[in-house]
Design a protein around this ligand. Structure first.
Ligand code: UN1
Length: 507
């Protein structure tokens, strides 16, 4: 039996039936189809999620369009009040949400808490934008004329979010969209609908007017496509694979629809021969194996000066044993499962490719068949050495706990290797030489650069995104996110009382 909040208890109270949230109502999709949601640590069914159709998307878009007509007129500081409420609710439920996140996505509980914290931070940060949303005032060329640029909302924002940061990334996109006066149609990943449901419920509880946040569950092929095609969705903000991102971009390009795309990474840590190697090892282990390597920002290459290669390798091998694998809900576990069987298979394929290419395994290289873990999707933290820059494992995104060591002879070569991939999200350098650190900061072709820290751990008040194949020039997070969700309107006020012809009368 459906309750008012949109979930239905099935199989004895543990599992949930996850519905859409459209125009302030929880509803099943018109397809009547559901897909199981599994706990990646043990394969247990956590619930089932409704699979939407074009018709559901259309209803959501119509609701959003209608709601946005009024929302755009609500003063931004008042819009922000909802975000403050949401921030409060997220904070209150941080622990509960973190537990749900771990059970559904698999990341270890500490990291889940960190992710929910990102959403809380983003809510407060974007609520603050309600009292800023800065435009520009600039002098006019002409006397007695005033010139300014203001931000205006675009309309209906279509958000397509991934499973690896299912609440953080949804917050990076929905909060700036709403505070700047847009309505939202949101398709979360099929793997993580429970946390999406909890997030939507928080918008509902905060009293956000109906129709402003619509949740439409389902596959990318059905729901994602319908969103891209829908004439009343004015922009698509997407985080996910390059394959899907470029398909969205191609079609949205034809339709002249704005897109903000955040896609792959092949992030490297550079270790110079003057680096604090223990610190570098800490950074590498966290960057490569945190979230089981399933971050866009995960460390997937170690570019090391040949003088310290052996020492670094020894330290890594010594320390990798600390990374206990298991169900992320267990506070002592350091590395959780990967998201699903197909991802597990893909990771293992890459390991086989690496071996065929002639790289050597320093650690890991297999699925975990330990009897306690065999029902979950566990892959052993894996380090390849003697990797060369042309190998596929050095070029392609693996999205799992696999990292490749590439030896180099100088900083210049390290930078060249770093920049040799088609992605440009994050990079890092460990060195004690401030001159080299600044040189690297200038020359590393990535949207994010870390000095003496690993490649992960971006903070929400700075722009998040990358160069080259990682994105299309837009940024999530930080003040730059507002550029995704607003148009610039330039306004000229001539108070001279006469016709003043720009570019003519003043010269
Ligand atoms: C992602 O993997 O898409 O910087 C996001 C980090 C996190 C966010 C990662 N704050 O690693």
């Amino acid at each position: 039996h459906l309750n008012k909040k949109g979930t239905k208890t099935i199989q004895g109270g543990d599992t949930k039936k996850l519905l859409n949230y459209i125009d302030g109502e929880w509803c099943e999709s018109s397809s009547g189809k559901f897909v199981d949601v599994l706990n990646p640590a043990n394969g247990k069914v956590l619930g089932e999620v409704t699979q939407s159709t074009d018709e559901d998307v259309d209803r959501a878009v119509q609701a959003a369009k209608k709601a946005q007509k009024e929302w755009r007129l609500v003063p931004a500081p008042e819009r922000a009040e909802y975000l403050y409420k949401i921030a409060g609710l997220l904070k209150e439920r941080k622990e509960e949400l973190s537990q749900i996140l771990t059970s559904e996505m698999g990341k270890v509980i500490d990291e889940a808490r960190g992710e929910v914290q990102e959403a809380i931070d983003m809510a407060y940060y974007m609520a603050g934008e309600g009292r800023r949303l800065f435009g520009d005032t600039v002098p006019s060329e002409l006397r007695n004329k005033f010139a300014m640029s203001v931000r205006v909302p675009i309309g209906v924002a279509g958000l397509i979010t991934p499973w690896n940061f299912p609440i953080a990334i949804a917050s990076w996109k929905s909060f700036p969209a709403l505070v700047s006066g847009n309505a939202v149609v949101w398709k979360p990943a099929t793997e993580t609908p429970i946390i999406a449901y909890e997030f939507a419920k928080i918008f509902e509880e905060a009293g956000l007017p109906k129709g402003l946040l619509n949740l439409v569950n389902g596959s990318g092929r059905e729901v994602g496509n319908a969103m891209v095609e829908h004439p009343d969705i004015d922009l698509i903000s997407f985080t996910g694979s390059n394959e899907v991102g470029s398909a969205i971009n191609a079609r949205a390009g034809e339709l002249l629809k704005r897109t903000s795309l955040e896609m792959g990474g092949k992030n490297a840590v550079i270790v110079l021969d003057d680096a604090d190697l223990d610190l570098a090892v800490d950074g590498i282990l966290w960057g490569a194996f945190g979230t089981s390597g399933q971050r866009c920002t995960a460390t997937s290459r170690i570019i090391v000066h040949e003088n310290v290669k052996e020492e670094l390798e020894n330290k890594l091998v010594e320390r990798i044993g600390e990374l206990s694998l298991g169900d992320g809900a267990d506070e002592t576990v350091k590395v959780g499962p990967v998201i699903n069987r197909s991802s597990l298979g893909k990771i293992h394929e890459y390991v086989k490719i690496g071996l065929e290419e002639g790289a050597a395994l320093l650690a890991g290289g297999s699925m975990v068949t330990d009897s306690g873990l065999v029902t979950g999707n566990f892959y052993a933290p894996t380090i390849f050495t003697n990797v060369t820059v042309d190998m596929r494992i050095a070029q392609e995104e693996i999205f799992g706990p696999v990292v490749s060591i590439i030896p180099v002879k100088s900083l210049e070569e390290a930078i060249e290797v770093n920049n040799s991939v088609k992605f440009g999200l994050s990079s890092s350098i460990f060195t004690s030489n401030v001159n080299l650190a600044f040189q690297a900061m200038r020359d590393l072709d990535t949207g994010i650069v870390y000095i003496n820290a690993g490649t992960t751990g971006a903070e929400i008040h700075l722009p998040f995104g990358g160069t080259k194949g990682t994105g299309n020039g837009h940024r999530d997070s930080g003040v730059a996110a507002l550029d995704v969700y607003t148009e610039w309107k330039s306004v000229y006020v001539d108070y001279s009382g006469k016709l003043q012809r720009a570019q003519i009368d003043n010269y």
